[in-house]
Write a protein that binds this ligand. Structure first.
Ligand code: PA5
Length: 479
């Protein structure tokens, strides 16, 4: 492990710390190791299996950090746009947005969009991952007079995601109305499948420049592809370090020795607790910058691991529920439940050892000597003390906790974290014997939306009728 790398600490799930009823005993750890090294009768050696799947090309996300073409394409576009882009707008949803948001909040200052000095000549970033007319309308009012200085990056792997299509159609009309077809061509860059899909056809027809969503890489595993790299590089994030961090982590998570493989340990602990009724997985960063990584993780975990069918089409109805919380904010909102509510959660803290900056509290006001204990203290020390205090309180209530330590938050450690949790997701899916890379349950909602929005054809008309009869408001139940 690189000295500067992120580290996983898991003593606070052991029976030694939280007792045998809730903690993992040595014998149970041996069972978990057996799941991974193939001694268990249920599964083969899992780390070898995942490495084998990768070699067979079944997990192409694993190779993204090594691809040289994608960052080169991204950098080429960034240099072309330099000096003429004041606003960069991502239109996308799910895996085509959450990674972009997470990179931006983790690696750029809080006031980036507002403060020119903090932005250092880079564009403002806006990521729209919804179809709320009030929110989007407010943005349109602002951007309408700035279109020639605004780049719209429409991201959709499939090209048929209704939310992204609707946003794009509104922007397209606005650009055509205000700056014509050449303006449309200049201001839109599409990130989509290399050969197929509606967005590919639209791009070819309109002459948009494009970036590629790599074949076989699902949205939630795509942040290290042009999907996430482009907006990051436009906003000055060091994408080479991001990818280097992911490569560093790759060395660790392909290691076949369970106890040296942090992704295997995370998966094993989550699986152990899921099987014992602790089926809620709370990720709680003690860092405002890391809060959206917890949101990114929430999608990765939920869409990858929430599955009805396992291998061999077996009905399994499985899935740990990911929850995001933020320290210290949610100590005043959630921790009452976390300590005294049902003991059904595993806590993953994210802790930063060295904040990029720190602030002193200042002297205690004269009428408040009670605040003397807080005088001239570092705010970062306070935040980390609150993390330790919360963890201590949870352990006192026999709640299992793990911590991912960030020596500091930078592109390299964020790259490590992303890769760590992607591979941990793959291992957890192997333990559950499910496919991490599909999302069949999302389809029905998509089809229902198409039908309700008037997609032509008898099948869609019938579906729309069926939906309306089931969901029509029955006044008897309206109070
Ligand atoms: O992880 C996923 O696959 C999804 O969340 C997708 O990213 C999301 O549905 C958007 O899909 P698309 O990129 O095809 O528009």
């Amino acid at each position: 492990m690189a000295e500067s790398g992120i580290r996983l600490y898991y003593k606070n799930v052991t029976a030694e710390v939280i007792g045998v009823e809730n903690g993992i005993t040595d014998a149970q750890f041996d069972d978990l190791v057996a799941e991974f090294d193939g001694r268990s009768s249920k599964t083969g050696p899992l780390i070898t299996e995942l490495n084998r799947q990768r070699a067979a090309g079944r997990t192409p996300y694993r190779d993204l950090p090594y691809n040289t073409e994608y960052p080169a394409d991204v950098k080429q576009l960034v240099s072309e746009l330099a000096g003429r882009c004041e606003n960069f707008v991502v239109l996308g949803i799910g895996g085509s947005a959450l990674g972009n948001i997470a990179l931006q909040t983790a690696l750029n200052p809080y006031m980036y969009n507002i403060d020119d000095a903090q932005r250092k000549g880079r564009p403002r970033l806006f990521v729209f991952d919804n179809v709320d007319p009030v929110q989007f309308g407010s943005f349109l009012d602002w951007v309408a007079g700035r279109l020639d200085r605004t780049i719209f990056n429409v991201i959709s792997k499939s090209g048929q995601t209704v939310e992204t299509a609707a946003q794009f159609m509104i922007i397209r009309r606005l650009l055509l109305d205000k700056i014509g077809s050449e303006g449309l061509r200049n201001q839109v860059i599409a990130t989509t499948d290399a050969t197929k899909g509606i967005l590919r056809s639209i791009s070819e027809d309109a002459g948009f420049r494009t970036l590629i969503v790599p074949e076989g890489v699902g949205g939630r595993f795509s942040v290290l592809s042009p999907v996430g790299l482009f907006s990051a590089a436009m906003c000055g994030i060091d994408i080479d370090s991001l990818l280097a961090g992911a490569k560093d982590m790759d060395k660790r998570v392909r290691c076949e020795e369970f106890s040296r493989n942090p992704a295997a340990v995370i998966a094993a602990i989550n699986w152990h607790y899921y099987n014992r009724g602790k089926n809620i997985s709370v990720m709680m960063p003690y860092s405002y910058a890391l809060r959206d990584l917890a949101d990114w993780y929430r999608q990765l975990w939920a869409e990858s691991l929430g599955k009805a069918k396992g291998h061999d089409d077996k009905q399994v109805d499985i899935g740990p529920t990911p929850v995001k919380a933020l320290g210290a904010t949610d100590q005043h909102s959630q921790v009452q439940l976390y300590r005294e509510g049902p003991n059904d959660k595993l806590f993953t803290f994210l802790q930063v050892e060295n904040f990029n900056r720190d602030l002193k509290t200042g002297p205690a006001p004269a009428p408040a000597p009670e605040l003397g204990y807080l005088a001239e203290k570092d705010m970062g020390v306070l935040l980390n003390s609150e993390k330790t205090a919360t963890e201590y309180a949870l352990l006192d209530s026999q709640r299992p906790c793990i911590t991912v330590f960030f020596p500091e938050v930078n592109a390299r450690t964020v790259g490590e974290f992303i890769y760590l949790f992607e591979v941990a997701t793959s291992f957890t899916a192997l333990l559950f014997r499910i496919n991490a890379y599909d999302q069949p349950a999302v389809e029905l909602g998509k089809e229902a939306t198409f039908a309700l929005m008037g997609k032509p054809g008898k099948k869609d008309r019938d579906l729309a009728r069926q939906i309306r009869s089931l969901t029509e408001v029955d006044k008897k139940f309206l109070v």
